[in-house]
Design a protein around this ligand. Structure first.
Ligand code: NAD
Length: 233
């Protein structure tokens, strides 16, 4: 048992990850720009904050970590945005929005959490298969997730002397509310070698696995593709 900081806990994989850690009796400090969607647990502290705002994060995190026992054992950087963009549709505004949430957000949350982390703790950053292979219409999102993959390696190197491991997860198609709303999931499943999309809960299990020093203690700077064989690299 320990304390996990989980961003994006308001929906999809972040919510599934928060629920998994709570089900295993961990303390969870959830960070989301949105309100708690209804996760009920005495072990949950909800911080409504924007991952783009480092000062607010640091201010809100200090009392929450103190209330959880003073230490963070796992950070899952899951909050992300994925509006489509192309050369024709990109703007300075959507560039800033996508990179500030997906890239600056990972840095801000990591920087805010590291002072509370000891040797043996771990950080898991959510990238995407789109960070490895081109997804048409996801010009800036793909670039932002490539940045997350590179940041994961750089931070792994920077934090290794403290005994903090940093890894990434690059999901393919996952049955999240956002994807369900596109109505394209059944069609997408047909082109995936394993013939289905992933469930958020099975992605959450990989956060758990990567954070476990007894199982993944020698995995560092890696971003694991979980796509049912959709992407081979
Ligand atoms: N859904 C997929 O198939 C898929 C595939 C590959 C990668 N990903 C990545 O996985 C992560 C989770 O995806 P999901 O589909 O579960 O997302 P989601 O849209 O269901 O949930 C994202 C959460 O992040 C929060 N959020 C957004 N901006 C924020 C901000 N500025 N500050 C704080 N919180 C913020 C939202 O409020 C929301 O609760 C994202 O990083 C996404 O890019 C998703």
């Amino acid at each position: 048992m320990g304390t996990a900081v989980i961003t994006g806990a308001g929906s999809g994989m972040g919510r599934a990850t928060a629920e998994l850690y709570l089900s295993r009796d961990w303390q969870v400090i959830a960070i989301d720009i949105a309100a708690n969607p209804g996760i009920a647990s005495a072990n949950l502290q909800w911080i409504s904050a924007d991952v783009r705002d480092r000062n607010s994060l640091e201010t809100a995190l200090a009392p929450a970590v103190a209330a959880a026992g003073g230490q963070i054992d796992c950070v899952a950087n899951i909050a992300g945005v994925f509006p489509p963009t192309t050369l024709e549709t990109y703007t300075t505004e959507n560039f800033k929005f996508i990179f500030e949430v997906n890239v600056l957000g990972v840095l801000n949350v990591t920087a805010a959490c590291v002072p509370y982390m000891k040797s043996g703790s771990s950080i898991v950053n959510f990238a995407s298969v789109d960070g490895f292979t081109v997804s048409p219409g996801q010009l800036l999102y793909g670039a932002s997730k490539s940045a997350v993959i590179m940041i994961t390696k750089s931070l792994a190197l920077e934090l290794a002397p403290k005994g903090i491991r940093v890894n990434g997860i690059a999901p393919g198609w996952v049955a999240t509310p956002g994807n369900a709303a596109t109505g394209r999931m059944d069609e997408a499943a047909k082109s995936i070698p394993l013939g289905r999309v992933a469930q958020p809960s099975e992605i959450a299990e990989w956060v758990w696995l990567l954070s476990d020093p007894t199982k993944a203690g020698f995995v560092d700077g890696e971003t694991i593709v979980i796509s049912g064989g959709d992407v081979m690299r």
